[in-house]
Design a protein around this ligand. Structure first.
Ligand code: SF4
Length: 237
């Protein structure tokens, strides 16, 4: 017979929050082999978003649906990546991560930075090993690009990660109709001013993908040499 707490735990793990699964990847977790769990839903609506079907879609799988797959990869994969959508929107994530860590996997999460309290909880309980944090836009452009108002949440998430012991990275997806070179230099200045000293990944918009907003292809390829990096390690990809 289940105790009450086991019953609550079961209910959370039964929630269909996972949209889809990538069983193997070499590129989503730095220097690790991993699989990716794509979580349905997001609290942003970035106009360049490549994953409209995940952002607008519903979860198809709960944790039990993917548990046997994960068990079969113990010793074969280094890690599990939680992406989306925004994985930290789901309160099933904490119990899922407890189970995933018990299997021995490293865990990376991709987050838009809108859930600093959940991020802190996961860090405090040693449930994640690496974080990729989106720096979506300058404050005055944040709503235009994300259709949300989470800039201050991003700053809080960055601060929490800077005080944590795990590795993390900051990244921005750049599109010529949304960012200027001056914008990027301002974002670098903000990161530098907030004391960030890690890697800053500037990701070119990938042409030919379906997006959430009515946005054409990008022609923007800023010259690495021309960007004032303020001492940060800027990596274009
Ligand atoms: S790009 Fe924006 S809308 Fe798409 S999943 Fe990430 S945060 Fe959500």
């Amino acid at each position: 017979m289940n105790t009450n707490s086991e019953h609550i735990l079961d209910n959370k793990l039964n929630r269909k929050s996972i949209h889809s699964l990538t069983p193997f990847t070499l590129i989503d977790y730095p220097y690790k082999t991993s699989c990716v769990l794509w979580f349905a839903g997001c609290n942003m609506r970035c106009v360049y978003c490549y994953n409209p079907e995940i952002v607008k879609g519903k979860g198809k799988y709960n944790f039990y649906d993917i548990r046997d797959f994960l068990r079969s990869r113990v010793g074969l994969l280094d890690g599990v990546v939680l992406s989306g959508g925004e994985c930290l929107l789901h309160d099933s994530v904490i119990d899922m991560l407890i189970a995933i860590k018990k299997m021995g996997f490293l865990v990376k999460i991709d987050t838009n930075g809108s859930k600093p309290d959940t991020l802190k909880y996961l860090l405090d309980h040693l449930l994640i090993d690496y974080v990729s944090l989106d720096f979506k836009a300058l404050p005055y452009k944040f709503y235009e690009i994300t259709r949300s108002d989470f800039y201050d949440h991003f700053v809080s998430s960055l601060s929490i990660l800077q005080n944590a012991i795990i590795d993390f990275e900051v990244r921005t997806t750049i599109h010529s109709s949304l960012f200027t070179k001056t914008d990027l230099e301002s974002m670098i200045e903000i990161l530098s001013g907030l004391g960030y000293q890690g890697k800053y990944f500037l990701q070119y918009f990938r042409p030919g993908m379906g997006t959430l907003g009515d946005i054409g292809d990008s022609s923007f390829e800023p010259n690495l040499q021309e960007i004032n990096d303020k001492g940060l390690e800027i990596i274009f990809r």
